[in-house]
Write a protein that binds this ligand. Structure first.
Ligand SMILES: Nc1ncnc2c1ncn2[C@@H]1O[C@H](COP(=O)(O)OP(=O)(O)OP(=O)(O)O)[C@@H](O)[C@H]1O
Length: 596
């Protein structure tokens, strides 16, 4: 007898960032490659694409980008790989359509999944309610998610990010160089090339003799040298030398602050002096209260004010911070303290500061979105936009207008039925819920059926046109009058771990982030149907079903810091077994099983 084995390869996961794009394979714990993609910066520059760029321009950009991803970075055959695109809130429709065109027509991938990127870090917390804060390159994006439903109407951005810290750093270095004019030794011509050819560098071998032409050139000043720094070097200085300082109590000593000036080595015998105050001062732009731009804590307050009052407490009990800028040492404690102060000083939000908790997945913040995408890609039953649909003319999904389309679900068998073995009783939170066909019931159905709530098997959310448009979210939100607080893993939460000043000062001189592992469970699928250019730019609420996060691995990896102790009678936690039922399904490779 002949056996034919068909094994589908794992998906390719691509997180398209404006500074860095991350790519790799689903089921892996970290992206294989993180590379710069300045062409995706949505700014009006001559060499980059604008947010209103034409479809053709996007096609050009993505053709080159995806060819690099498949043939250079991942060396994978696109015909065998489904692709997960971590899709940005507000990504323009021409951009998404260009992605489809390139992937289907030029690379012949079998299917694409467009997944809202800000939902993905929630997989790593094991909860279905929370706030995701992405502090990236251009800006900080803040999205509340309530029981798997992203509240786009409350989506907020703060116009601060890594780029602003870079700018401040360049200004500070230039100002110092102008105050302290000094000459630096001009590097010898062809220094880099000759150094490469030097075998094992002995001190004498690495010292280049200046060429006669170099000797005749005017001396190089520190100002010239700082002025000619490229963006990559500047970013490297930031990553290696800068940190966010914070003060624990009013009038107390600043933690993480050091009085040590350091030198950043530039060439073999050149170095840029960096003052101690510059090292933390440049990061203050993130919390700048001058009113010039919205800072991070103001962004969070604005977001909370847009949310219904009755869910605010639940939201702040699970804050996930991602994005490269959040890797700066001291970033998270400072954010916690700024938030606490902001809540306390705002009488409308005073009550929410009783319990604010941060989830700290043990992955580098810069790749949290990617890791969430990898978990999503390794799950069964997630809906996709297939090549066949594309060829039939089905529109590229616009997740901002997704709506939940419910399919009738068989009622759970009765308790005495022989087929009921192993099926938990209805009402236990583990049984698949009976779904209502009324659109108004969407949220409660989703709520009851999310794997976090235990009903991982009862809800399928196929893609379909939305007749209701994007007004459904307001119903969704208003309906949830007395939402349960987010359930958490059974781990004892660590109280906020504030590093000791000595340790912090030492840490400020170094740098580094950790790694870990996580898993999740499937849930809902968004859908197409809107012709607008930008996804969620408007304030119209658009319901989308977030894949319900039920991370088995998150229980293992999640530590969190509280800025307030858990009060007596704190909300109940979901049992580990409830969550892991979904996670077990999630961890199984979608079609990696060999079939005969
Ligand atoms: N270890 C680190 N320490 C400090 N800053 C870092 C670190 N790693 C990355 N960054 C900064 O984070 C920013 C990029 O973050 P990220 O990769 O999240 O951006 P992105 O997703 O490309 O941008 P956006 O979210 O705006 O689309 C850059 O400014 C980079 O300098």
């Amino acid at each position: 007898m002949d056996y034919y084995w068909s094994v589908e390869k794992t998906c390719v996961v691509i997180d398209l960032g404006r500074a860095f794009t991350k790519c790799g394979f689903a089921t892996e714990a970290a992206p294989r490659h993180i590379f710069r993609t300045p062409e995706l910066i949505q700014e009006v520059k001559t060499d980059t694409v604008t947010s209103t760029a034409s479809f053709e321009r996007w096609v050009q950009v993505f053709e080159e980008l995806f060819k690099n991803v498949f043939f250079f970075y991942l060396q994978a055959n696109p015909k065998e790989r489904r692709v997960i695109i971590c899709d940005k809130v507000c990504s323009p429709r021409p951009m998404r359509e260009a992605i489809s065109k390139v992937l289907f027509e030029k690379l012949a991938v079998p299917a694409i999944h467009f997944v809202p990127d800000l939902l993905l870090p929630l997989y790593l917390t094991g909860l279905s309610t929370g706030i995701v804060i992405d502090c990236g390159y251009e800006e900080t994006r803040i999205l509340p998610i309530c029981e798997c439903v992203p509240l786009y109407s409350a989506f907020t951005t703060a116009r601060v990010g890594g780029r602003h810290v870079d700018e401040k750093l360049r200004e500070a270095l230039l100002a110092y160089a102008k105050e302290n004019p000094s000459n630096v030794k001009r590097p010898a011509k062809g220094w880099a090339g000759r150094r490469k050819s030097t075998p094992m560098s002995s001190p004498s071998a690495s010292q280049e003799e200046p060429t006669p032409e170099a000797a005749e050139e005017p001396p190089l000043t520190l100002t010239d040298m700082v002025g000619s720094l490229d963006d990559v070097t500047l970013e490297d200085i930031k990553m290696r030398c800068c940190y966010v300082r914070y003060r624990l109590a009013d009038g107390g000593k600043c933690v993480l602050e050091t009085s040590k000036d350091i030198k950043y080595p530039l060439h073999c015998d050149q170095a840029i002096p960096i003052k101690a105050a510059t090292r933390w001062g440049v990061c203050e732009v993130l919390w700048d209260e001058s009113g010039e731009r919205t800072n991070i804590q103001e962004g969070i307050i604005q977001m909370l004010e847009k949310c219904p009052v009755d869910i605010r407490k639940s939201l702040v009990q699970n804050i996930v911070v991602c994005g490269g800028t959040a890797s700066l040492p001291g970033f998270l404690p400072r954010m916690a303290l700024e938030l606490k102060m902001a809540f306390e000083s705002d009488s409308r939000l005073h009550h929410v500061c009783e319990r604010v908790e941060f989830s700290l997945p043990q992955f580098p913040p810069a790749s949290l979105i990617w890791v969430g995408g990898a978990i999503y890609g390794s799950m069964e039953g997630v809906a996709e936009y297939s090549a066949a649909q594309y060829q039939k003319g089905v529109k590229t999904p616009d997740w901002a207008a997704f709506t939940l389309v419910q399919q009738p679900v068989q009622p759970p068998p009765s308790a005495d039925s022989p087929t009921n073995i192993g099926v938990p009783p209805a009402g236990s939170g583990l049984a698949p819920p009976a779904l209502s066909s009324s659109p108004q019931k969407t949220s409660s159905s989703l709520l009851a059926s999310s794997p976090a709530g235990g009903g991982s098997g009862g809800l399928t959310l196929p893609m379909a046109e939305s007749p209701q448009g994007s007004n459904q979210d307001s119903n969704v939100v208003e309906e949830q009058e007395a939402l349960p607080s987010p359930s958490r893993s059974q781990e004892t939460p660590a109280s906020m771990s504030v590093p000791s000043p000595g340790a912090d000062a030492a840490k400020a001189d170094a740098e580094g982030v950790g790694g870990g592992e996580g898993a999740g469970a499937p849930s809902a699928q968004p859908e197409a149907g809107r012709d607008t250019d930008t996804g969620a730019e408007g304030t119209q609420a658009a319901p989308a079903a977030a894949p319900a996060p039920a991370a088995e691995g998150a229980g293992r990896t999640g530590t969190r810091s509280n800025i307030a102790p858990r009060p007596a009678g704190a909300p109940s936690r979901t049992s580990a077994s409830t969550r892991s039922s979904g996670a077990a399904a999630g961890r199984r490779g979608r079609r990696d099983d060999a079939t005969t």
